[in-house]
Design a binder for this molecule. Structure first.
Ligand code: URA
Length: 338
């Protein structure tokens, strides 16, 4: 009889590989080899999501400054490089940072596309800096302080900010340091960047996806209950599982620290005495999945987190770290309104 095997990582069912885990972005960093952001991130597609009002770039009516104040608007006609010196600064644009870096260079370095393609995106009005569409040729920006979006998606442009995913193995405590000398998170990320912190925790006996970053605002929002970021878990439980369990869990179960409910629940597989169930919820109370399932009569045998918001664990093997792709970081920002 077929049995239900490992549930965390290296498993084809962990999500669609095409959407998240290009091999180029995955790094085998057992015990912490060095890594740097930027060059190894997947390139984002230039099309797609709305936002940044790309239509405004092509529509002369939409391009008109509704307030009538030319000094406050960046919606200007594209400057013809044949008539304007490369160093020409358009004083009407409040996003210009004299002495800053060229916008197309910043975008290309972040992994958006080639410089040439980034220039086209800028000319097409697909790029915003601090909320203003910037279309002029040779715009200069501060990649650390300014917020840049392409097609409405935030681009991490500061080379100081890093974003990683770890498949935390069973038996590793979710702290950077363990006074008792047990394996801890630091063992996997110590050489990646200074002041890196983990986004939330997993039980020592839970394996799966744990994010790391030094982007404090993003980490804060991803863990704050008010942003309701959804997490997906796979749990191995004794079978059979009643077909109406999803109703009970969606309605909620009163635990010792209050009502807890799932956003989604379904049975992935059932083989004789064991079942694999999927639980999606957006809260982060301690042992929440184990307590919820146990209160409904289903002791958890194994537990793995396979998704955190838009980021999927996929085939990342336990104990390995990969850099998040540009797309994933943009999706994380979007998930928490940044
Ligand atoms: N819920 C649990 O019970 N354990 C975890 O590690 C995460 C969520």
């Amino acid at each position: 009889m077929q049995t239900i095997g490992r549930i965390g990582g290296g498993n084809d069912r962990g999500g669609s590989r095409g959407r998240f885990g290009k091999d180029s972005s995955r790094r085998e960093l057992r015990g912490g080899a060095g890594a740097s952001r930027g060059g190894d991130q997947a390139r984002t597609s230039s099309g797609g999501r709305g936002g940044g009002n790309p239509a405004a770039g092509r529509n002369p009516v939409a391009n008109r400054n509704p307030g009538g104040n030319p000094f406050k608007s960046s919606r200007q006609p594209l400057r013809d490089p044949d008539f304007y010196d490369e160093d020409y600064t358009d004083e009407r644009d409040t996003t210009e940072v004299p002495g800053g870096e060229r916008l197309q260079k910043v975008l290309a370095q972040a992994g958006v596309a080639s410089r040439r393609a980034c220039e086209e995106m800028i000319g097409d009005g697909r790029v915003t800096v601090d909320g203003q569409v910037v279309r002029r040729f040779g715009a200069r920006v501060d990649p650390v302080k300014q917020v840049i979006h392409v097609d409405g998606k935030r681009i991490p442009t500061s080379s100081e900010l890093v974003y990683y995913a770890l498949n935390k193995p069973i038996g590793v405590v979710s702290t950077m340091d363990d006074p008792d000398g047990r394996p801890c998170l630091q063992d996997f990320v110590q050489d990646l960047a200074p002041r890196l912190f983990h986004v939330g925790r997993l039980d020592t006996e839970t394996e799966g996806l744990l994010l790391f970053t030094n982007d404090g605002e993003l980490a804060h929002r991803l863990t704050h209950p008010s942003y309701g970021v959804r997490k997906k878990y796979w749990a191995k439980v004794p079978g059979p599982v009643p077909r109406d369990l999803h109703r009970v869990l969606r309605k909620g179960i009163e635990l010792e620290d209050g009502l807890a409910k799932v956003d989604e629940f379904h049975i992935v597989q059932e083989h004789g005495q064991q079942a694999l169930v999927e639980v999606v919820l957006h809260e982060g109370r301690k042992h929440i999945v184990r307590r919820l399932l146990e209160s409904s009569g289903h002791r958890v045998i194994d537990l793995a987190r396979i998704e955190f918001g838009p980021v999927k664990l996929g085939r990342l093997k336990p104990g390995t770290v990969r850099t998040l792709t540009l797309q994933e970081v943009g999706d994380l920002y979007a998930a928490v309104g940044l």
